[in-house]
Design a protein around this ligand. Structure first.
Ligand code: GDL
Length: 697
């Protein structure tokens, strides 16, 4: 077998080998010993070098870190460590004492050493101390003994490292393990500087990138942190971790980490989905990434020409992974494979009778006029591709999922074309039909998956595929209703729906009530280019809001002088003459300061009366207004603000909102038009050159 490319990288150049592989570092049920052994086999096959044992909710890894392993546990761990050796995988044992350790107490340090000595006796040679996700405040005794939290952690880590005889691999996870946690930032973080200066040079540092779950990891960001840490970090990658959201699973390829990073890193360990089997793609694509080099400079001489296609493409890596995964789905001799053979699967172009493979009774053969035996279509690569696209990556849906969302959005926005003949009616019908086909493909994929022989993979996926099937089913029924093909579906329109008609439980309920609900809509809002924050409006923002309002008014002066600009109902709100309704104000800030606002009134009547207007459309009782300084070139923050504001107004029980826009305000006119959900409406007493747009909630 050819040698692992990732592992070879270092040994060829004489440096320590590149650490590549998996960290079992998530919250929740740890993997079983069999699953871990299966993991080692895969790592070996795919050329990954390392496994970091760090299951957060394993008793003796974190909460009861002081307790030694009992005989039975010892036996299991020994077997595991030796299985890793057998498969040429480096087993790194991690311990997380940070929840309650007193760093300054020598007894505590002795306890930690004793625990790691025990694991060393099991045959383990590589270790790690983790200080992630812990309270930063030191206890009074530690405050007296150490000048900072970093000093306390580094002192104990250095001591343990030396006690264990300076292992070849020794990893340290800082408490500030990503840029977002550093105060004020990476280059000025005194915590990271202490780690960089005081941590012994043989110890490597784990780092998750710009955030806990990093969308992208740039070369510049790694240069920056490496210079502070005085060493290249080992990435602890949470790109496929799903322990923070029970509805999400990540089956997309390893992505948005340029391969130029490889020579700048000490290693990459992925902390993937809690469910073991669906991690096939996460680990396989990471292995492909590790084998790629940006410059092709460090090729492994033993690699075939095919393997030497070193330019990493997430899409190609995904196809490679799914092609291999398909075999595993169809296999019964894998762990979890059903005893019933694949004889019930439809065979392609075969006239043979189903083979009998059960040892007991002969297979049931239906007689004439009896029901034919149910045979399932076998799972296809397209099915797996669709599955991956529906459960793609934390910041991105796969292409088919995006298409489905876009199509549904379009069908909803243009729903009048479905029932009243317009120039869009034919297009509406074609697109509705196409949407229906996409939904049907999901259902078929679900059916074929449910019939796949390998039950272990299926059981890990089951909740997720059921959930998506049900979500797609609701959307499909809704489109049929829009098209007048179906009576309004009982599930959708009924005010006493089945429980699957309102999903997400109490947590979903809470989210829908928050002003930022919808902020992370992965399909509408692409990631922003600058860093903005949206926060609730408070009275001290009045002057800033007024300043932006005036500035934008002046900006429109080249078209119409301020004095002659028509008066809008919302002007009083923007000018600070009246406050927004409670929870109906948001301000946008960038690094310079306040740069935009979105304000609302749940009842627009009093504001209208102030300028002798009537706002009496019962369908649109509420009012919104928004302005952004020209330096905000992204439309994403505006979309986020408006969706936050609309969700607040909706939760106040309003039926609809309207906004008034001067025709000279092209930017806002464009914004609301593109948003799609606002439509031009007729309003009594609207001044000349003012357009009103409304949206039902
Ligand atoms: C974290 C935890 C990790 C968890 C992940 C995703 C690190 C270093 N620690 O912060 O245990 O699985 O987030 O929720 O990433």
């Amino acid at each position: 077998m050819s040698s692992p490319a990732g592992a070879k990288r270092g040994s060829q150049s004489g440096a320590k080998r590149f650490i590549s592989g998996v960290v079992e570092g998530f919250y929740g049920r740890p993997w079983t010993m069999e699953q871990r052994t299966e993991l080692f086999k895969r790592e070996q096959k795919w050329g990954l070098s390392t496994y970091l044992y760090a299951p957060k909710d394993d008793y003796k890894h974190r909460m009861y870190w002081r307790d030694l392993y009992c005989a039975e546990e010892a036996e299991q761990l020994m077997a595991l460590i030796s299985a890793a050796k057998q498969h040429d995988v480096e087993f790194v044992y991690a311990i997380s004492p940070g929840l309650d350790i007193t760093f300054s107490n020598p007894k505590e340090v002795a306890t930690l050493k004793r625990k790691l000595d025990q694991v060393k006796e099991f045959g383990c040679r590589s270790f790690s101390l983790l200080f992630d996700d812990i309270e930063k405040e030191m206890c009074p005794a530690d405050k007296q003994a150490f000048s900072s939290f970093a000093h306390a952690q580094v002192a104990i880590t250095n001591e343990v490292y030396q006690h264990l005889g300076q292992p070849e691999t020794f990893l340290f996870c800082p408490t500030d393990y990503c840029a977002a946690f550093c105060t004020p930032n990476v280059s000025q973080s005194s915590y990271l500087h202490t780690v960089g200066e005081k941590l012994l040079p043989g110890i490597d540092v784990l780092w998750t990138g710009p955030k806990v779950v990093s969308h992208q990891i740039s070369v510049e960001s790694i240069d920056e942190v490496s210079s502070v840490l005085k060493r290249a970090p080992v990435i602890w990658d949470n790109i496929h971790a799903n322990d923070y959201d029970p509805q999400r699973l990540f089956l997309g390829p390893y992505k948005d980490r340029p391969t130029e990073l490889i020579p700048k890193l000490k290693g990459v360990l992925t902390n993937p989905n809690c469910e073991f089997y669906p991690n096939f793609v996460a680990i396989h694509t990471l292995a492909t990434w590790c084998k790629s080099t940006a410059d092709g400079g460090q090729r492994d001489v033993e690699m075939s020409d095919e393997e030497q296609d070193l330019c990493y493409s997430p899409q190609k890596a995904l196809t490679l992974a799914l092609t291999d995964w398909l075999q595993e789905f169809l296999s019964t001799d894998q762990p979890g494979g059903a005893c019933r053979p694949s004889s019930r699967l439809k065979k392609e172009s075969s006239d043979e009778e189903p083979m009998q493979t059960d040892m007991g009774d002969p297979a049931y053969v239906p007689g004439p006029g009896e029901n034919p035996l149910y045979t399932a279509e076998p799972l296809t690569l397209e099915d797996l591709n669709l599955l991956s696209e529906l459960f793609y990556l934390p910041y991105e849906h796969g292409p088919t999922a995006r298409t489905m969302l876009q199509e549904l959005d379009w069908l909803k926005t243009h729903s009048e074309a479905a029932t009243v003949e317009t120039d869009k009616t034919a297009e509406w019908r074609t697109r509705a039909q196409r949407f229906d086909e996409l939904c049907e493909a999901v259902v078929q994929m679900f059916n074929r998956l449910s019939n796949a022989p390998n039950r272990s993979i299926l059981y890990d996926l089951y909740n997720y595929i059921c959930d998506i099937k049900s979500g797609v089913g609701l959307a499909r029924a809704y489109v049929k209703t829009l098209g007048g093909q179906d009576r309004p579906s009982a599930q959708l329109m009924n005010d006493d729906p089945e429980p699957w008609g309102f999903r997400g439980g109490l947590s979903g309920e809470f989210q829908r009530m928050l002003p930022c609900h919808g902020n992370r809509d992965l399909f509408r809002h692409p990631p922003m280019t600058a860093v903005y924050s949206i926060r609730p409006y408070c009275p001290k923002d009045k002057m800033e809001v007024q300043r932006i309002f005036r500035e934008m008014q002046r900006a429109g002066e080249d078209k119409v002088p301020t004095m002659t600009q028509p008066l809008l109902i919302s002007d009083g709100l923007s000018a600070g003459e009246m406050p927004p309704s409670p929870q109906c104000g948001l301000v946008l800030e960038d690094e310079i300061g306040v740069c935009g606002f979105a304000l609302g009134l749940t009842d627009a009547k009093p504001a209208a009366a102030k300028i002798q207007r009537v706002a009496s459309d019962p369908d649109f009782p509420s009012l919104v207004t928004m302005q952004l300084l020209p330096r905000v070139t992204d439309s994403a923050p505006a979309k986020r603000m408006i969706s936050g504001l609309l969700s607040s107004i909706r939760s106040c029980g309003s039926r609809g909102v309207f906004c008034e826009l001067r025709q000279s305000d092209r930017r806002m006119l464009n914004f609301y038009t593109k948003l799609g959900s606002f439509k031009t409406i007729k309003m009594a007493g609207l001044p000349k050159d003012v357009i009103a747009m409304g949206m039902s909630l």
